[in-house]
Design a protein around this ligand. Structure first.
Ligand code: ZN
Length: 333
């Protein structure tokens, strides 16, 4: 069963989370295989998408936010778009659209950053938007500060968290056909840090020493996290990993989240949403598909659900008044 475990390091401003997606992940892969309108993912794409799904759960679990966290990679290689979307209740879905051959053993660069044009976007899309409210989006390139291409999604996301939240973060991510897993630790803001009063407090000698000590704590923990191999992350259970890494650190554990409270596959597609997508496609395009095929068939890219529209259905879509909709952040159903 897929599971998420959150924890704090006692008396230190460091928090962590570890996720193992098992049934949620195999269901997503299985639905892709069953979907006759798309190709199954090649191995390197499965690894990337699994890492994105695990990272999405870790990032969603660390914020107080009611809505979807959407992790997207816009690629300039054989993967044009990869999306992992995690709701506040930890239900999640993921998909990727491909074009061309995926080289065997391709890493992040060969998949999505061939010419250095790949981008990673993190969108927070509130559930209950007020009229005109736009989702928050942060975008980072897939290169480091020196312009060198990054090899791992974990480095891209650590960079993003440092930029957007001003929080040091260390991640390990890995995925295979059975498991998509991740471990994240983050240094939380120390009281007063990063605001005006904190600036004044930093002149206080005692406070300075306090800060330095706390950073050393974080560095020690981050080093422990970085020692975890991807193979260990995939094959060891959560208790073994936490014990092996942090047996000398006092951890405060939250109740594990699994089953209906934990990460699980769910798709938010609906006939109504697909109808809106057809509407935006335009009546001419719809008519030409109908003339050619007699009906319009759309399969959800996330779950494979087939939606069929005959000429009568299509006429209804284009006869109905247009309801203003904020654009979906991922532009797919
Ligand atoms: Zn769906």
């Amino acid at each position: 069963m897929s599971e998420l475990h959150r924890f704090l390091f006692d008396d230190q401003p460091v928090r962590g989370a570890i996720v193992r997606l098992t049934d949620a992940w195999t269901e997503m892969l299985g639905r892709r295989v069953a979907n006759t309108s798309s190709q199954p993912y090649p191995v390197p794409v499965r690894e990337l998408l699994g890492e994105m799904a695990a990272a999405g759960v870790l990032m969603q679990s660390g914020i107080k936010f009611n809505g979807a966290l959407v992790l997207q990679i816009f690629g300039d290689g054989p993967v044009k778009l990869a999306v992992a979307e995690v709701q506040s209740d930890l239900s999640l879905r993921a998909t990727a659209s491909l074009k061309g051959e995926v080289p065997e053993g391709a890493g992040l660069g060969a998949l999505v950053n061939v010419h250095g044009g790949g981008r990673c976007a993190i969108t927070l899309d509130p559930k209950d938007k007020f009229p005109g409210q736009q989702p928050y989006q942060g975008v980072v390139p897939l290169v480091d500060a020196q312009g060198r291409k990054l090899d791992h999604l974990s480095d891209v996301l650590a960079h993003y968290m440092l930029q957007s939240e001003q929080l040091d973060a260390t991640l390990v991510l890995a995925a295979n056909d059975q498991v998509a897993a991740g471990l994240l630790v983050q240094r939380m803001p120390v009281k007063g840090e990063g605001n005006i009063s904190g600036g004044a407090a930093r002149h206080d000698k005692e406070h300075d020493e306090d800060q330095i000590g706390r950073n050393e704590d974080y560095n020690r923990i981050a080093t422990l996290v970085a020692s975890l191999t991807r193979d260990e992350l995939l094959t060891l259970d959560v208790e073994t990993i936490l014990h092996r890494l942090f047996w000398e650190e006092p951890l405060l554990r939250f109740e594990p989240q699994q089953g209906t409270d934990g990460p699980r596959f769910a798709c938010t597609c609906s006939r109504e949403r697909v109808g809106r997508m057809l509407h935006s496609l335009g009546v001419e395009e719809a008519d030409s598909i109908l003339a050619e095929q007699g009906q319009i068939e759309v399969a959800c890219e996330f779950c494979g659900q087939q939606y069929r529209f005959d000429p009568v259905d299509a006429a209804q879509i284009f006869a109905a008044p247009v309801v203003a909709q904020a654009p979906a952040p991922n532009a797919v159903q």
